[in-house]
Design a protein around this ligand. Structure first.
Ligand code: HEC
Length: 119
């Protein structure tokens, strides 16, 4: 009796681990899709377009510049949060201190993925 309860717990525990694993990969996919929504709702598109230069560089140009750069995600998260100039020209990007860390991560992941229209 007792051992049946125990093995039930083990099975439940294993299922839990599997579900957490599935959840993680699903949210990684969702992050890229959500990035576009984050960009739209934080006025990024007022200065950036996906495939042409506006005030700032196009998101496709940014993705191309940092292709293969393992540190790009962290570097650009900081740049979006703190703002700055000098990488693409003299015009500065304003800081975005009110954005959540998750939103910044999602939008940068989306930009680095080449700003796909849908996922
Ligand atoms: C007021 C205009 C403006 C807004 C709003 C803006 N950007 Fe920018 N962005 C710029 C400019 C200008 C640059 C180029 C900065 C430079 O040359 O270092 C830039 C650069 C970038 C870069 C590349 C940074 C680098 O160092 O290579 C990323 C990524 C980026 N922006 C993402 C975003 C995201 C995401 C948002 C919305 C949360 C956003 N931008 C909002 C103007 C803007």
């Amino acid at each position: 009796m007792r051992s049946a309860v125990m093995s039930g717990r083990v099975v439940a525990g294993l299922l839990g681990v599997m579900l957490v694993g599935l959840g993680a990969s699903a949210s990684a996919l969702a992050a890229v899709g959500d990035g576009m929504a984050v960009a739209r709702s934080n006025a990024c598109m007022g200065c950036h377009a996906v495939d042409r230069k506006l005030v700032g560089p196009s998101f496709k140009d940014i993705a191309a510049k940092y292709k293969g750069d393992a540190g790009a995600q962290a570097k650009l998260e900081k740049k979006v949060r703190d703002g700055g100039a000098g990488v693409w020209g003299a015009i500065p990007m304003p800081s975005h201190p009110a954005m959540s860390a998750g939103d910044v991560r999602d939008v940068v992941a989306w930009v680095l993925a080449g700003a796909p229209a849908s996922k």
